[in-house]
Design a protein around this ligand. Structure first.
Ligand code: C2E
Ligand code: CA
Ligand code: CA
Length: 662
């Protein structure tokens, strides 16, 4: 039930007698608070009491309700009054009226005083268009030639900053107004998105303007329609930001630095300055990521990005290219000098310890620089050159800065040539497994052999892995090479058995091979094809393979162990020593890296520790690179089970190996 509200304004008797329908609408409670007899007729009500009982909110659309609230605020703010054609639906039947509205305060609340001026008898089409104008969310304003508003539809009224706002005042930037005016002058219409003043503050509107005549006065006028596109603009801005920035560090990404900074660099070059491009790659970032987890890796990248940007000057900009690769572009009178100084600063700053997961970690970086001194900026070429220089810096021992030189390019040419030579060699079967004996320390007898690849090159003779393994790894050819060596080793194992020799063979697996999902099937295929006993095959993986990717690593190891194959960890002690994984994975043997054996005289502690640990974990321990009987004696005393090394023999072709056993 409605609260009875006492009417405190003016004298009603005059209004009662008026032949024009007049009523007061309670906007808050959505019912007709008062109506004169003429209005009761319009509303089809027998009495005021009956009309007051009608709940108008029942079939009121959301937009009409919002509009009424707006009107209420307009009445409060600026004593507004306006005339609109309204369609009422008394008892469900449409009735079109031209109604003048103004505010009226009843008991302190703002209500709407409605005065029907006449029944509209316009044709249905114009009635409908008038309705559309009323209800559309498009803001429509008619301005006279001087830019004064002649008419605003309800949406425009709801948004306008103040009722007296002129056309030009609507704009935040006068240039937008000028552009629209020029467009209209030239072709009669214009369109633009612009920032405008509204009641809600500054908004983005898509504005269409058309020259027309005012239907009432016949004077020149402007019909302006506007749509609020602020949300769209924000979304667009955000999409742009996302497309141009790296979300982790907030630095521009490859796209971002190009669109922002390239035109600037081009100009710098035209102005006689030089441009340098620096590729920065954190050394061994993957290890940090793998051993401390991705969250720490992210934290490290954010910290590094912050240190990097701190060092940059005005004409310098940094971007993250992805992973642990950063790019710096700069312009300077002497770009090489500046890049050198900046690069040294960067190496020093990045090398400062950073606290991660309770530990102080130091990372080093490798930096490659390319410089353009004059002419056109060929950014693709500069990127390629900086990349090559960066790899050269890494090869030179990391924590290094290198400038691009044409010799580097020649080297890549040479690598490409080598790669195709290897491919040819693989097709021709030029890669041969040599075998280095594995010797039982206690008895001195040969119990197995490690297969080591050799390239029987038609021109260059027998080549060792250091001249081809890296290129194989980089090019993916290692998969084919690894399969060929494994197949030869497996064949050899079977042949030895046929000769009555029970020998283990061990074969090196590159990390690329290990992460290849086809590895277990490939190994199974080779075993089946060769007749090698699975328990007599050991695969040597490196420590790095065991760091990170836990689930995948475990699956692969289990798949291999499931076939009966043994797993050895090669070069143990040279990687990031996270010993926890040793017991987590199904491993069989551990090979002490030969550097520790070589250092036995000076620092025996590491080898000693490894041997003790292996005993506790029940892993077979194999010492590599044993060259002296002193070393062998030391190992014998510590209970090391097997060794390899020149003391017994280097790797030999299968025929030679056989002689060794006789
Ligand atoms: P690795 O697996 O650690 O192999 C041991 C290396 O030490 C071999 O070098 C071997 O000839 C050498 N060596 C053996 N005994 C001694 C010694 O007493 N003193 C010294 N100073 N060195 C000794 P190699 O054959 O040149 O192989 C180098 C590396 O190439 C291997 O290191 C292995 O990582 C890789 N490699 C060789 N064959 C293959 C292969 O078929 N597949 C893969 N993925 N890698 C291979
Ligand atoms: Ca090995
Ligand atoms: Ca090794």
């Amino acid at each position: 039930m409605k609260n009875p509200i006492s009417w405190q304004g003016g004298n009603l008797s005059m209004l009662e007698a008026l032949s024009l329908p007049v009523w007061v609408f309670d906007i808050d409670q959505k019912y007709v608070f008062w109506a004169n007899p003429a209005a009761l007729r319009v509303w089809g009500a027998h009495s005021l009491a009956e009309l007051q009982q009608r709940d108008m909110s029942l079939d009121m659309s959301v937009s009409v309700a919002q509009r009424l609230c707006q009107y209420q605020q307009d009445f409060e703010r600026e004593d507004a009054s306006f005339v609109e054609s309204w369609t009422l639906y008394p008892n469900g039947l449409p009735c079109v009226l031209k109604v003048a509205f103004r505010g009226i305060r009843v008991d302190g609340r703002m209500m709407m005083f409605c005065e029907a001026q006449n029944h509209l008898t316009a044709d249905p089409a114009s009635l409908r268009s008038a309705e559309a104008l009323m209800h559309t969310s498009v803001l429509i304003t008619l301005y006279d030639a001087a830019g004064r508003a002649l008419y605003r539809n309800p949406s425009a009224r709801a948004q306008v900053a103040h009722a007296g706002e002129a056309w030009r005042q609507h704009f935040i930037h006068d240039g937008d107004w000028q552009a629209l005016q020029q467009g209209v002058a030239a072709s009669g219409e214009a369109r633009r998105s612009a920032q405008v003043c509204t009641r809600l503050g500054t908004r983005w509107h898509e504005i269409a303007v058309r020259a027309c005549r005012d239907a009432v006065s016949g004077q020149d006028a402007l019909l302006v329609s506007e749509v609020d596109i602020t949300d769209l603009k924000h979304a667009e801005g955000r999409a742009n930001f996302l497309a141009n920035h790296d979300m982790l560090t907030g630095l521009p990404n490859r796209n971002g630095i190009r669109s922002d900074f390239l035109p600037y660099l081009q100009q710098a070059l035209r102005d006689g300055r030089q441009v340098a491009l620096m590729f920065i790659d954190l050394d061994r970032f993957k290890n940090v990521n793998d051993s401390l987890g991705h969250a720490s890796g992210d934290e490290l990248l954010i910290g590094m990005a912050a240190r990097l940007t701190k060092l940059l000057g005005h004409d310098e900009k940094a971007a993250r290219l992805g992973g642990d690769e950063f790019l710096v572009m700069l312009a300077a009178p002497e770009a090489a000098e500046r890049a050198d100084a900046l690069g040294r600063g960067i190496l020093q700053a990045l090398g400062m310890p950073i606290r991660l997961g309770g530990m102080d970690i130091s990372v080093s970086a490798s930096i490659g620089v390319s410089v353009c001194r004059a002419g056109m900026l060929d950014i693709e070429q500069m990127m390629r050159h900086a990349d090559l220089a960066m790899y050269a810096a890494k090869d030179a021992g990391r924590n290094n800065l290198m400038f691009f030189t044409p010799a580097l390019e020649a080297r890549t040419q040479a690598q490409l040539a080598l790669e195709s030579d290897i491919r040819r060699g693989l097709e021709n079967g030029e890669f041969i497994a040599y075998f280095q004996p594995r010797v039982d320390v206690a008895s001195g007898s040969v119990v197995g052999a490690e297969a080591l690849a050799r390239w029987n090159h038609p021109q260059r003779g027998v080549l060792k892995p250091d001249s081809f393994i890296q290129v194989c790894e980089d090019s993916g050819l290692i998969l084919a090479l690894g399969r060929q060596i494994l197949a030869q080793a497996a064949e050899q194992q079977r042949r030895w058995r046929e000769m009555g020799l029970d020998l283990m063979v061990s074969v090196n697996l590159s990390p690329c091979q290990f992460v290849d999902p086809a590895l277990p099937a490939m190994v199974a295929g080779v075993l089946a094809g060769s007749g090698c006993q699975a328990e007599r095959l050991e695969l040597e993986i490196t420590e790095s393979v065991l760091l990170g990717h836990d689930d995948q690593t475990m699956c692969t190891l289990q798949a291999l162990r499931g076939q009966g194959v043994r797993i050895a960890v090669d070069d143990f002690g040279t990687g990031y020593s996270n010993l926890a994984y040793l017991q987590r994975y199904p491993l069989s043997s551990l090979k002490i890296d030969r550097s520790f054996i070589a250092d036995l005289d000076s620092t025996p502690a590491i080898a000693e520790l490894i041997i003790t640990m292996c005993r506790m974990l029940e892993l077979k321990v194999v010492a590599e690179g044993v060259e002296t009987s002193r070393q062998l004696e030391w190992l014998r005393q510590r209970g090391c089970q097997e060794y390899q090394g020149y003391l017994c023999s280097p790797a030999l072709a299968a025929g030679e190996f056989h002689k060794l056993l006789l």
